[in-house]
Design a binder for this molecule. Structure first.
Ligand code: HEC
Length: 154
């Protein structure tokens, strides 16, 4: 009887593991395409304004930085995950394009991809990397954020 319970538990654990892995993969892909859609300005992706999203991104970056300074890996992981899955602004970037339109159109997807890629790596390494390595990754996120702003503000 006891043996049977152990077997059932093992099978259940294996199945939930597979289900979680599949869900994780799916989530990552969905996040990526939504991300690109928002940069290209393909219609409304959420009801949030660009400002609301930018303020939250900034807050998540502070969360990561505080986590690194206090060795709180949970904060690093959660902040990075929030950045990878940020919603796309209503109407994409199009309404915010005023000058440097051609530069922004060609560069924004690349820069946005840099932010996304570094945040995925940061979330992945949050539990194991040294605080200095996590800081390096965080710096690459911040630099990518800033290079996009440079294009809009110059
Ligand atoms: C695809 C381009 C792009 C990327 C990438 C980007 N931003 Fe922005 N951000 C903008 C635009 C456009 C604005 C609004 C125009 C402006 O402030 O110059 C903005 C504005 C901001 C503001 C100012 C909001 C205000 O109230 O004035 C903050 C803070 C901000 N972003 C944080 C971030 C952070 C943190 C990241 C990286 C995790 C990031 N942004 C990545 C395009 C981008």
């Amino acid at each position: 009887m006891f043996k049977r319970i152990v077997v059932v538990c093992a099978v259940l654990a294996a199945f939930s593991g597979i289900a979680m892995a599949a869900e994780h993969k799916h989530g990552e892909e969905a996040g990526m395409s939504e991300h690109m859609a928002h940069v290209m300005g393909q219609g409304a992706q959420s009801d949030f304004t660009l400002m609301q999203i930018m303020h939250d991104l900034s807050f998540q970056l502070n969360r990561i930085q505080f986590g690194i300074l206090t060795n709180n890996r949970l904060m690093v992981e959660q902040g990075a995950t929030a950045i990878t899955s940020h919603p796309a602004p209503k109407g994409g970037l199009k309404p915010y394009l005023k000058k440097n339109v051609d530069d922004i159109k060609s560069m924004a997807p690349v820069i946005d991809q840099d932010v996304h890629k570094a945040a995925v790596e940061l979330a992945h390494d949050a539990k194991t990397a040294t605080m200095l390595d996590l800081q390096e990754k965080t710096n690459s996120i911040t630099k990518a954020c800033i290079s996009c702003h440079e294009m809009f503000r110059n």
